[in-house]
Design a protein around this ligand. Structure first.
Ligand code: EPZ
Length: 421
């Protein structure tokens, strides 16, 4: 198993190019199932989760030609509608094939994803919405079996809770449904906006893109013809590099970013004393000499993202004073706390709230990554810890960060990938 060996203390400088967004690419790859023609996707991040979902498409019989950042996908050749446990258990986002498979083929079987390191993460809202659209759903043998032999029917869906994956699944299902689907309390993340734009560019009428109410006129089963899609920049990767600048007190420029998508992270880093030069698709962070404490509450977009909570906690742990972090989206997304404390942080946890008392310094230790974003928080902390930190279980990082150690090395960090002996 690989691990990262990081010698802390180096200043960073220079530019880093942000990759395409994993969480935009995954639903867009799933959406290609809505078409029986070839679709070209560009600016894909070169990460394991993307390869996993593309592999799932090939297992269904789809034809995939993938080279790092570009994939040509033809789902005209699909012969199976069963998404097996071996793939879904590797990556929860595989559940995103449920809506498009059901909409295009009138039936499918998708393994239940199960829980994960950050919380229970049920899919009840996805299933309820599909049932409201006329699907008959049964859970048997660990699989969701869904049927809608006469096609899905547009209806009004009110999500009890804002769900990113649920909104994506229903947008895709609604695209081929009969009639109009109205999704109330829809998620508004930039990744959802891009999915809606891709589908709208294929001729489906969608009103309310980027708002909490989406109105979608389905094609009544007619497959879509997509134009080429260039994946938007990864706002979480971008936010992570801003945190790298803040924690190492380094000036870094991010290229290929959408500053609007990271405005909540920029805002919080400004509160902490950092300043920024912001251009249309680049941003430079000027670090604070002394980091000030901050209050963070994770909430849906455009609020502060749960996917940045761990990285900010690493930065706040070195601020002068006490910060407060409340995690409202996932019940167990604090696994990094004990690992950060092993590096010398002083974080006290009660339920969904963490009190982060700033310390002067981190000291190197062996730490273990527990989920994707927790892993990047440990890397950030290791960049400034005194001594050599080994970050283990980095397969989590490989799922979602494109060439993290290459990009950090180019910025001047001392970081090496090694193999456990
Ligand atoms: C997406 O997960 C992202 N994943 C997550 O990023 C991100 O943390 C999350 O949205 C929130 O922003 C992808 O885009 C692939 P949700 P998703 O449905 O869609 C509850 C990362 O690190 N819920 O918006 O699974 C759920 O348990 C990952 O890149 C239900 O109760 O998130 C959670 O508490 C991790 N029932 C809340 O809603 C449901 O049916 C929000 O989850 C669905 C969700």
């Amino acid at each position: 198993m690989d691990y990262l060996e990081i010698n802390g203390g180096n200043k960073l400088s220079g530019t880093v190019t942000i990759s395409g967004a994993k969480n935009a690419a995954l639903p867009i790859i799933a959406a290609t199932i809505l078409s029986d023609k070839e679709v070209t996707l560009t600016n894909l991040p070169n990460v394991v989760d993307i390869r996993t979902l593309l592999k799932l498409l090939t297992m269904l019989g789809g034809t995939v030609d993938h080279d790092k950042t570009v994939a040509k996908i033809n789902n005209g050749t699909i012969t199976s509608t069963k998404a097996v446990y071996e793939i879904v258990s590797q990556m929860r986002a595989s559940i995103l094939v449920l809506g498009p498979l059901l909409a295009r083929f009138g039936e499918c079987e998708v393994s239940l994803p199960g829980g994960c390191a950050i919380g229970q993460r049920p899919i009840d809202l996805h299933l309820q919405a599909l049932e409201a659209m006329g699907a008959v759903i049964e859970i048997k043998g660990g699989y969701v079996r869904a049927e809608a032999p006469n096609g899905l029917i547009g209806t009004k869906i009110i999500f009890d809770k804002i769900t990113v994956g649920g909104t994506e699944n229903i947008v895709m299902a609604a695209a081929l449904a009969k009639g109009t689907t109205t999704i109330m309390n829809a998620a508004k993340e930039p990744e959802i906006v891009q999915l809606c734009e891709m589908i709208a560019d294929a001729g489906v009428k969608i009103e309310g893109i980027g708002t909490g109410i989406l109105i979608i006129e389905g094609t009544d089963g007619k497959p879509l013809e997509f134009k080429e899609v260039k994946i938007i920049p990864d706002r979480i990767e971008a936010g992570t590099y801003l945190c790298a600048g803040a924690i190492t007190k380094s000036e870094i420029t991010l290229l290929s970013v959408n500053p609007e998508h990271i405005s909540s992270s920029i805002d919080k880093l400004e509160t902490m004393g950092c300043s920024f030069d912001i251009h249309e698709d680049s941003i430079t962070i000027h670090p604070a000499d002394t980091l000030k404490p901050v209050s963070l509450i994770t909430i849906e977009y455009p609020g502060f993202p749960t996917d940045m909570q761990a990285q900010f906690m690493a930065v706040a742990a070195l601020a002068e004073g006490e910060s407060m972090v409340e995690e409202r989206l996932f019940e167990n997304r604090f696994m990094h706390v004990s690992e950060l404390n092993r590096l010398g942080a002083d974080i006290w946890l009660k339920g969904s709230i963490a009190a982060v008392k700033g310390v002067d310094k981190f000291y190197a230790a062996d730490v273990m990554a527990t989920d994707l974003r927790a892993s990047s928080a440990l890397v950030l902390a290791a960049l400034v810890a005194e001594g050599t930190t080994n970050v283990r279980r980095i397969y989590h990082l490989d799922r979602g960060y494109d060439d993290l150690e290459g990009k950090l090395t180019a910025l001047g960090a001392d970081i090496k990938r090694k193999q456990e002996s």
